[in-house]
Each structure stands twice: as structure tokens, then as C-alpha cells.
Design a protein around this ligand. Sequence first.
Ligand code: PLP
Length: 285
Amino acid sequence: MIPFNRPPYTSNEDRYVLSAMRSEKMSGDGKFGHQCQTWFQEKLGCKKSLLTPSCTQAFDMAAILLDIQPDDEVIMPSFTFVSTANAFVLRGAKIVFVDIRRDTMNIDEKLIEAAITPKTRAIAPVHYAGVACEMEAIMDIANRHGLSVIEDAAQGMMSTYKNRALGTFGQMAAYSFHETKNFTSGGEGGLLIINDERYIQRAEIVREKGTNRSLFFRGMVDKYSWVDVGSSYLPSEIQAAYLWGQLEWADKITQSRVVTWKHYYEELSALAQAGRIEIPEIPAD
Ligand SMILES: Cc1ncc(COP(=O)(O)O)c(C=O)c1O
């Protein structure tokens, strides 16, 4: 029996999780949470990164931040996981599915423009299996039509397009640390990436149940209060501690994943050459 997935594990997670438990600061945005967020900002080259309890919830935040309204339209590939669509559907938006490319199984960028209507607000390209979408073409379309781009990079940690990290092209992006992904924060977890500075301040508020608690912790207001809509989008410090154990070994985890991928690729190539199966292509960039 071939297991569907084995979560990565480095053994450092044990030490860090225990240390988070002993620190008595187990709610979100503690020492490990900050370490992880700084790591992402430096490694990916994004303006802001905020850990979330899941990629699904990072998408929820993005939909709130974009102020998606009933009857708005959001374009995404017809082949993806449900979370790409749910956040927008919850806000009453209509999902417009665009077919995928046969070679990469990613959204066919050539079909996007025909799907745009006066109601279109955003495009959500999905970097399926960590293979990058054609982000230059997609950003060009979005910019010409004044649309936002939210990248679903759930499966794309440590993957790049033209030497730039996935998740750093659109206004925002979401990563997943579910146990099936390349890195995990103890089974569930996610990350919201913000590249457009205009969304940063409100993102911190939405993530803290609609309060300005982040400003309070930074000493910028003398008490915090309810200032906007929001929900509970902070993962616990224990999840961040688990993730930190993996980020320290990010290159090794990625190398090991590539070794596994190469094994499958080589073994399946004979079947592909015999015309019995098709293997997705990974474009040079
Ligand atoms: C493409 C894609 N988007 C979103 C998600 C949702 O991730 P999470 O389970 O962290 O909410 C997944 C998870 O499988 C995914 O594969």
C-alpha cells in the first residue's frame, strides 16, 4: 500500500512545542509566531505575512479585505480544492470557473479574458502541486482590467516563477500547512501573504476579531477596541512552534520531497513514453 502522504518531521518540533507550552504564552503571535512570520517575509520577499489556522481561513480574510459583495464575480480554475471558492461563495459572490491547461493542470491564462464581465472583481489562480501559473500573463490581464489577484499557493511553498516566490505576485496569497503539504504546523495551519500595503493594517484588525489589539501590543493605542468586522484568525503558539521546527529545515524538507518526486517521475516516465498515461509538465520557469 502506498501512503497518500507522510507529513514531514524533523524532531525539532518536539522541543519547540514543549518550549511554547512551558512559556505559558500559548495564544497567537508569540515568539514562534513572530519568528515564522519574519522568516516568510525574508524568504519569500513579501510585505507582510500573517499565520492563520488554515489556508481556507487565509482565503476568508482575503475575501473580507477585498470587500467582496453579493453578485461580485471571481474567476478561478475549474480544477482546484474547494477552499479557493468557499471564501468568496460565503460572501455571496459568483464563481466563474475557467478551464485548465492540459500540460500543467493550472488555469489556462488564455481563457481568462473571455470570462471577465463588468461584475468581475478578482482572479484566484491556483499553483496546483506547486507548479506556477503563468503569472506574468495573469497579472497583465488583472492590471488592464483593474482586478485583484489572490494566489492560491497552498501547495506552493518554496516554489518559484521566474525566480520569484509563488504568492508574491498578486495583492494577496494563501499558503497551507495542512499535514498533506510540504510543511506543516502540526496538522492544520495556513498563511496569508500581503503584497499590497494598503491591506496590511486592516488585515491585522480582521485577524484579531475586528479589534485593534495588534496596535495596542505595539503601544500605538492605550486600549484596544472593536473597530471593524473580523473573526478569530490566529493560530496558537503551539502550531507556530511546530512550524518553526520545519522552517529551520526548509531546504532539507524540500530536497527530500524532490527526491520522492523524482522517483515517481522516473518510474512513471516509461508508462508515459508508451502512451499509457500523461504526466503533467513543469515549465522551465
Ligand atoms: C489548492 C488548495 N487550496 C486550499 C487548500 C486548503 O488548505 P487548508 O486545509 O490549509 O485550509 C488546499 C488544501 O488541500 C489546497 O490544496
